[in-house]
Design a protein around this ligand. Sequence first.
Ligand SMILES: [Mn+2]
Length: 195
Amino acid sequence: MRSATITRKTAETDIAVTVALDGTGRSTIATGIGFLDHMLDLLARHALFDLDVKVDGDLHIDQHHSAEDCGIALGQAFAKALGDKRGVTRYADIHLPMDEALTRVCVDISGRPFLVFRTTFRVEKIGQFDTELVREWFQAFAMNAGLTLHVETLYGDNAHHIAESCFKGLARALRKAVAIDPREEGRVPSTKGSL
Ligand SMILES: [Mn+2]
């Protein structure tokens, strides 16, 4: 079972996360931000990761530190759980529809963190959640997970649908990318010999 736990405490947030890559999709999520809980719950479900996330953050200021630091800790846990990346499929992509919204997510478990994020929201809030924090979360996650990650929403109107298509797209792409490819026979899928 590829899994890892990260605890991270700063003056702004106190976080504990556990990620199991070869899970069943069950999760226990409590970030203090309802909409982010919803996104991480469906991330676990569609990636078939088991996910425990507890964030105690300075929400009296705003949601920024909690969302960003949650992405950092989850990214670190994901990278730790992957270990030396032996046998992984590495590349994956998906077009993920959510009603009228369509988002393409392409991922390379590269160890070369890079985010392209071409998704915009026409409203500032989904419930109490600041929509600009979707990008912040993806940025933090990609950088700390060591992913080359391209997210592009091709079209869509409803902000809830758009955000959900991004997180579900990430989930479905990661599910494929972390899967063990038996033809790799336990090798690291790179001509360099490491990722
Ligand atoms: Mn929803």
